[in-house]
Design a protein around this ligand. Structure first.
Ligand code: FES
Ligand SMILES: [Fe+2]
Length: 382
């Protein structure tokens, strides 16, 4: 184990009162990125997209997960499957990345090996003497599970039980009636020049709102009105007051609402899913790595109506605060050059960052982690 990896483990496992930022070099180091790909992105549950984004048969989402090309496909038989998106001949990515539609079959752009939408190899041009064993060349499948209309993938052959973990969150969500949110929409698809952990840490803490988002998020959801609800290394919930409360229009439709609905809730599902739940919508970004110093940020959301007055993933407000986040994350990345810096103290308002670090400690190093914690704020929601 390298000196840096040892320091990484030590920093990541600390409880809040001892916790510091991670050593800066872990946001740049290639060996660290490989370790995280192996132990986290290729072995743990990772968010893909909302089930509602794969509406009709033939619709797919293709993406790269820590170097692995993957397609999640809504098949003609009605099943949604996760499979390798590498052609089993010479490895060419089959479906173009992003959302798309399969016309009839999946045809490799290189030599036109042809697969059905469930990954079976159907045709091999010029294989006159039938030397290709079709069964052996099927596309490998991966585990896929759904929670609250969200799809998660696990590349491991022996995945843990995702629902056992996430169903613990359900009682906190009851006032929001998320089953109303039947309209899913795609948000941003961006490439940020920073390590994935910086984008996650920035996305989960509300400490930076009063500085970075002074004229955007801070106006309606200020730093000082944010609080911790519950969490540990497995998932975390924080919340905050929505200062302007709900729009007049939505109040008109549904009358007065209980106090929790004047709050937003941040649902963090490590490694990279960060959701903001409010009465009107559930919006998120999902962060995955693209090498040591870059990451993908994919947005999306769901709401009750096709054009909810809040929370559209691509509106000007969202674009503005995401640009602020991108800019600050890329600035921080430029400061990560130090091989020696140990990282500064984390504050109580950054407790959720400590949860994330403990997730890293648990899965990268098998380290013991702090117990589950719930604050008084939880009573408002449960
Ligand atoms: S690489 Fe796909 S057909 Fe050759
Ligand atoms: Fe931010």
């Amino acid at each position: 184990m390298s000196e840096l990896i040892k320091r990484y483990e030590h920093a990541a496992r600390q409880p809040l009162d001892q916790a510091n930022s991670l050593p800066f070099a872990v946001y740049k180091d290639a060996q660290v990125a490989e370790l995280e790909a192996d132990k986290i992105f290729h072995r743990q549950w990772v968010f893909v997209c909302a089930t509602g984004m794969l509406g009709e048969a033939g619709r797919y989402f293709a993406f790269t997960l820590a170097g692995e090309s993957i397609a999640v496909v809504h098949g003609k038989d009605g099943h949604i499957r996760a499979m390798s998106n590498n052609c089993s001949h010479r490895g060419t990515p089959l479906l173009k990345s992003g959302f798309g539609q399969i016309e009839k079959n999946i045809v490799c752009p290189y030599h036109a090996w042809t697969y059905s939408d469930n990954g079976e190899l159907k045709g091999v041009p010029f294989d006159t003497n039938k030397c290709v064993d079709k069964q052996r060349h099927e596309l490998p499948k991966y585990a896929l599970q759904e929670w609250m209309g969200l799809l998660f993938i696990n590349l491991s052959d022996t995945p843990s039980d995702l629902l056992e973990r996430l169903n613990q969150i359900n009682p906190y969500l009851q006032h929001f009636h998320m089953d109303r949110f039947i309209q899913a929409y795609e948000g941003v698809a961006e490439h940020w020049n920073c390590n994935w952990k910086l984008a996650v840490e920035n996305g989960i803490e509300s400490y930076h709102l009063f500085m970075v988002h002074r004229e955007t998020l801070e106006v309606n959801t200020p730093s000082k009105k944010a609080y911790y609800i519950a969490g540990d290394a497995n998932w975390s919930l924080t919340g905050g007051e929505i200062v302007e409360k709900r729009s007049v229009l939505s109040k008109l439709f549904s009358g007065d609402t209980p106090e929790p609905l004047n709050q937003y809730m941040l649902i963090y599902l490590p490694p990279g899913f960060i959701g903001i739940l409010s009465y009107d919508s559930f919006d998120w970004i999902a962060v995955t790595p693209d090498g040591p110093e870059n990451c993908f940020v994919q947005g999306g959301g769901m709401s009750e109506h096709a054009s909810g007055e809040n929370g559209k993933g691509s509106d000007a407000f969202t674009a503005a605060f995401l640009q602020e986040d991108k800019d600050i994350c890329e600035l921080v990345q430029s400061g990560m050059g130090s091989r020696h810096h140990q990282g500064g103290k984390l504050l109580e308002v950054e407790r959720i960052v400590v949860d994330f670090h403990q997730y890293l400690a648990k899965h990268l190093f098998n380290s013991p982690v702090s117990d589950f914690r719930e604050t008084e704020a939880a009573e408002m929601f449960k």
